[in-house]
Design a protein around this ligand. Structure first.
Ligand code: FAD
Length: 486
């Protein structure tokens, strides 16, 4: 069918069906707005198809194999055989269940779905082009637009994702065979999550990172157990190097990395090592960050401005510089996390519906699904100090938790930060088993303005990891039972 120059109209046009866009569309549907969601690739966006969900499925599957193989202490002796095609097939099943669910939920909430690529024609019209021969394009006019076009992995000079041995995170999550060796460029959260996946699959993993440590932006006490576990898994690190090129060496490739200026912990800079290095490997995975998808949208036709990195600047109601055009999710800036996009998407829909919603990032969580996991919410101790609070800190180590010991994972701790005077919980961080799940309670404490006493006085079931949250709050108050109080 050739789609001609038909123009349809909608109150709210959402561009991009990732966790920011589809959530915005569903919320707009719930608020009885006439909403159209346009997607050019796959419902669920990066998160469901190539990011959060596939990576967590692979992390879980490789953890199962790794745990079984390393459970001698528990009296279990096993040597699991890994069938990567089977593992990837299971991951794809999970993805397809979820993406099918997104489509159904959109329809059930009255969202009209369109497949195609949207570009702005003017400030109230987009052009939707459809893939495929003779499919043409059509126009949609709108009262309000919500741009939720997400982000893509950054490519670095010398490494083209179109070349077979060069992988993006998306390609790495769909490999058919386990590579014997892998050079992973970038020790941010995506790089470190994938490093442990491949190490647990038996790949010889080497990480090259420009800065001087893993997981830039996270406190040292949180990253230390992750780096230590990575080294135990056999992962090698080269800090202070930037990968510059690769060459074919017949039975693999050689990745060259040049010394880079690494940011020293005192804020100055120093050259960490002087000579360039050459690393022979089967594959190279580039995970150096992501950039917003804005340049292909013809935003200038609608008068929407971006900053010099391509992000759409928004206010606390998710509005761009153009009153009726909103931007949510990765395209609207850091932190590029799915739940941040979904939250902004809901706010944008509610603002369009005339509700008094506004964005408040105070209790924004962040999780790194490494081994062990890291999870943070609210302010760190340093941030609390910078904000003028006198922080009161409580800590509880998992080695003192009965439940942690029974899981075989007792590395790490729960740390809670409160205001000394009012004892309001300002933030928390966890490194250790199920940190991602333990964070929920701590986020609620920050959001509700709970005090240390509220958390400490809540009866926590025994034996659970969540008792560690209660004990961290008790420790801040000076009366933890299962650890010594300062
Ligand atoms: P996206 O999910 O990127 O969706 C944007 C959608 O817009 C895409 O489907 C795209 O096809 C569509 N689109 C783009 N341009 C157009 C156009 N012109 N017309 C129509 N459609 C268009 N985040 C977490 O919170 N937790 C995690 O554990 C986590 N793990 C991750 C692991 C990996 C390997 C990666 C790569 C990312 C991970 N993320 C994680 C980040 C998360 O995936 C993103 O923050 C999230 O997907 C952003 O959502 P979004 O809706 O803004 O954009």
């Amino acid at each position: 069918m050739v789609v001609g120059d038909v123009t349809t109209g909608t109150d709210v046009l959402v561009i991009g069906a990732g966790p920011a866009g589809y959530v915005a569309a569903i919320r707009a549907g719930q608020l009885d707005l006439d909403v159209t969601l346009v997607e050019k690739d796959a419902y669920g966006g990066t998160c469901l198809n190539y990011g959060c969900i596939p990576s967590k499925a692979m992390i879980t599957a490789t953890n199962v194999a790794h745990e079984a193989k390393n459970a001698e202490e528990m009296g279990i002796h096993a040597e699991p055989a890994i069938d990567l095609a089977g593992m990837v097939g299971w991951k794809d099943e999970v993805v397809s269940q979820l993406t099918g669910g997104v489509e159904k939920l959109c329809k059930a909430n009255g969202v009209s779905l369109m497949e195609g690529t949207a570009t702005f024609a003017d400030e109230n019209t987009v052009r939707i082009s459809h893939d495929g021969e003779g499919q043409g394009s059509e126009s949609v006019s709108f009262e309000h637009a919500i741009v939720a076009t997400g982000s893509r992995p950054i490519q670095i000079p010398g490494f083209d994702f179109a070349d077979d041995p060069v992988l993006s995170s998306r390609q790495a999550l769909s490999l058919e065979n386990v590579p014997d060796s892998l050079v992973l460029v970038g020790a941010g959260y995506i790089g470190m999550e994938l490093a442990s996946v491949f190490a647990k699959l038996g790949t010889d993993v080497t990480v090259v990172e420009m800065l001087d440590d893993v997981l830039p932006g996270y406190d040292d006490d949180l990253t230390r157990p992750v780096k230590q576990r990575a080294e135990e898994l056999g992962i090698d690190f080269h800090f202070g190097y930037a990968a510059s090129e690769w060459k074919d060496i017949g039975d693999g490739i050689r990745v060259v990395a040049e010394p880079a200026e690494a940011v020293a912990s005192d804020g100055g800079s120093e050259a960490v090592e002087a000579e360039s290095i050459e690393l022979d490997t089967e594959k190279v995975l580039i995970a150096v960050g992501r950039q917003p998808v804005t340049e292909s949208l013809d935003l200038e036709e609608a008068g929407v401005e971006t900053d010099d990195r391509g992000f759409i600047q928004t206010d606390d109601r998710a509005r761009s510089n153009v009153e009726h055009v909103f931007a949510v999710g990765d395209v609207a800036g850091e932190p590029m996390l799915a739940h941040k996009g979904s939250y902004e998407g809901q706010v944008a829909a509610e603002v369009i519906a005339g509700e008094p919603s506004a964005i408040d990032y105070q209790a924004m969580p962040a999780v790194v699904f490494t081994d062990p996991e890291i999870a943070t919410v609210g302010m760190s101790e340093d941030e609390a100090e910078e904000a003028g609070f006198s922080p009161l800190v409580g800590k509880f180590p998992f080695r003192a938790s009965g439940r942690a010991l029974t899981t075989g994972h007792a590395d790490g701790f729960v740390k809670i930060v409160a205001d000394e005077e009012s004892e309001f919980v300002l933030g928390a961080s966890v490194v250790g088993p199920e940190a991602s799940e333990l964070l929920g309670e701590l986020g609620l404490a920050v959001e509700l303005g709970a005090t240390l006493e509220d958390v400490a006085g809540t009866i926590h079931a025994h034996p659970t990891l969540s008792e560690s949250v209660m004990e961290a709050a008790e420790n801040a108050l000076g009366h933890a039972i299962h650890t010594l109080n300062r």
